[in-house]
Design a binder for this molecule. Structure first.
Ligand SMILES: Cc1cc2nc3c(=O)[nH]c(=O)nc-3n(C[C@H](O)[C@H](O)[C@H](O)COP(=O)(O)OP(=O)(O)OC[C@H]3O[C@@H](n4cnc5c(N)ncnc54)[C@H](O)[C@@H]3O)c2cc1C
Length: 512
């Protein structure tokens, strides 16, 4: 018996026609649709397989984002910062040093924020010895779901949202995108589009359209895993923080015990609510594009939850005695699966040598410690697929190598590249150009001007950003950056454990 089946060809109804179709409404896709509409695109469709926007963020309960600022400047602005200006109006929804406080070294403030992971600079490298406050917001994912709906609903004359629709297959003619076939309870239908943004996070569209991409098999990183995040109530975060400081010798023991109990990594983290702890985790290596790995992640995490709580109640009843399961994220999360091999592939060199790009679309402080988390330029070509036109791919599946992905798939970089993709699509559609021939200066001016995205060498951006980057040498005083310069090898710093993760992954892949 054959193990394949030839499905009969059939006529598909055209459900709609649009200028811009965005597939996936995560951080990248939502930002793309909003930015495109604000930049003048009048007929945008935003297609999403679930019933809410935010993807990993709101559905996967990834409820904090690090390093929106560097020293006293907020680098990650635009739609990303807008989330928080909106959320801050909802009491209890955000916990973060304010924009006025960032860069502060005031000991009282540093003491107040030290308990909250990443709200105070890590200070690991030469130029960053003094602890200072960093914009690293923690937020309530369900409030954010409402905010993301609101932002799109305000533009409802331009954006049509299609929830519960799964983008199944791209339609490509002569290497140009023409639309996407989707599946839903209404069946299989087509949307015709002049321009498509693949914001599925997993390259669902570009991988089938014929654009080159890399698979998980090339990864050996922290990112090559899945997660199912959950939260515990009845625990006071400050009490837990103080207990850990008082018993530093017991913390590694607890960490190890939790890994053993779960069979994967995961330790309590703070949340926006001091009485709720966030259990982020990482099943590594796992591939979120594989049914078996997705299923295992769901079941193994859920079965571990009460074992974890029971253990913590026994190990530290003073803090965990009254703890209970608060909730489980509605969807499985992943940091990376497919990665685009775009017109430019970002690497550690972009960080280690502060590379300048004429087509820069985001200039972000990140979690990369080679350059002391300083601003890195993300070029348009990192979201521009090879071979296929009128298609962009912002978000966690953008074009990086297997190392740089760990610093570029965080929420801010997904929102930032999504916003830029939306503006680029709007400009290309208005001018009648393609994704490869878009007027990038016009895109940069809209981003840096009306859309509040700081960009280097752009007259709309306050010159104090460049002055700061120069004064602080783009963070290239770090030991890792110096080593990179001496050796010409930006990977000389590679983190411990990368080799072991790669070996594990290779062993696992050979089982398939
Ligand atoms: C456990 C975990 C912890 C993390 N920790 C942090 C952290 O602390 N801080 C941080 O900044 N980042 C963190 N990250 C990374 C970050 O959350 C993600 O990389 C980022 O949110 C991805 O955004 P995205 O829009 O590119 O993709 P996604 O959020 O995956 O969005 C893709 C969207 O497309 C939809 N979709 C997918 N396929 C289709 C399809 N075929 N048709 C229609 N819709 C589709 C999905 O439902 C989803 O809504 C973490 C990730 C995980 C999983």
């Amino acid at each position: 018996m054959s193990n394949t089946y030839t499905e009969a060809a059939r006529e598909l109804p055209v459900y709609a026609e649009c200028d811009l179709l965005v597939v996936g409404a995560g951080a990248a896709g939502q930002a793309a649709a909003v930015a495109a509409a604000r930049a003048g695109c009048r007929n945008v469709i935003l297609m999403e397989r679930y019933g809410y926007m935010g993807g990993d963020v709101t559905g996967g309960y990834v409820i904090m984002m690090p390093n929106l600022s560097w020293y006293n400047k907020s680098f990650v602005r635009g739609i990303q910062e807008e989330w928080f200006t909106r959320l801050e109006k909802r009491p209890g929804s955000v916990m973060a040093p304010t924009l006025d406080e960032i860069g502060s070294t005031d000991p009282a403030l540093v003491y107040r924020w030290k308990a909250v992971h990443d709200c105070v600079s890590r200070g690991t490298f030469d130029g960053c010895k003094e602890s200072q406050l960093v914009r690293a917001p923690y937020f309530e994912p369900n409030e954010l779901k409402i905010i993301l709906d609101e932002m799109v609903y305000e533009l409802r004359d331009r954006i049509t949202v299609m929830y519960h629709t799964f983008g199944a297959r791209p339609v490509v003619e002569d290497n140009v995108m023409k639309g996407v076939i989707f599946e839903s309870k209404e069946g299989r239908k087509l949307i015709r589009a002049k321009f498509v943004i693949d914001a599925t996070g997993d390259g669902d569209i570009y991988s089938q359209a014929g654009a080159p991409w890399a698979g998980l098999s090339e990864l050996g990183t922290r990112s090559s895993g899945t997660a199912l995040v959950w939260r515990a109530g009845g625990v006071n975060w400050n009490k837990w923080y103080e207990w850990q400081n008082a018993h530093p010798d017991l913390v590694p023991e607890i960490r190890k015990a939790l890994t053993d109990i779960q069979g994967f990594g995961g330790f309590p983290l703070p949340s926006n609510n001091p009485n709720i702890c966030w259990f982020n985790n990482n099943h590594n290596p796992m591939d979120c594009t594989k049914i078996e790995d997705q299923t295992r992640t769901e079941i193994e995490t859920r079965l571990a939850i009460h074992k974890v709580l029971d253990y913590l109640k026994r190990a530290c009843p003073y803090v965990w005695g009254d703890a209970y399961l608060y909730d489980i994220a509605p969807q499985l999360g992943t940091r990376c699966s497919r990665r685009l091999k775009g017109e430019y592939v970002m690497t550690a060199n972009d960080f280690a040598f502060a590379k300048e790009h004429d087509d820069v679309i985001a200039w972000h402080s990140t979690i990369c410690q080679i350059n002391d988390c300083g601003p890195v330029e993300i070029p348009y070509r990192a979201i521009l697929p090879q071979k296929i036109d009128n298609l962009l791919a912002p978000g966690r599946h953008l074009s990086t190598d297997s190392v740089a992905i760990d610093w570029l798939n965080l929420i801010p970089q997904c929102t930032g590249t999504g916003q830029a993709a939306g503006v680029a699509a709007a400009v290309a559609i208005a001018d009648g150009t393609g994704a490869h021939s878009v007027d990038i200066r016009k895109v940069q001016d809209i981003l840096a001007g009306e859309q509040d995205v700081p960009l280097p060498r752009n007259s709309h951006t306050d010159p104090s950003y460049t002055e700061l980057a120069k004064e602080k040498q783009y963070g290239l005083y770090t030991a890792a950056a110096k080593l990179a310069k001496e050796t010409g090898d930006a990977l000389a710093f590679r983190q411990d454990g990368a080799k072991e993760r790669r070996e594990l992954l290779e062993a696992k892949l050979s089982e398939h």
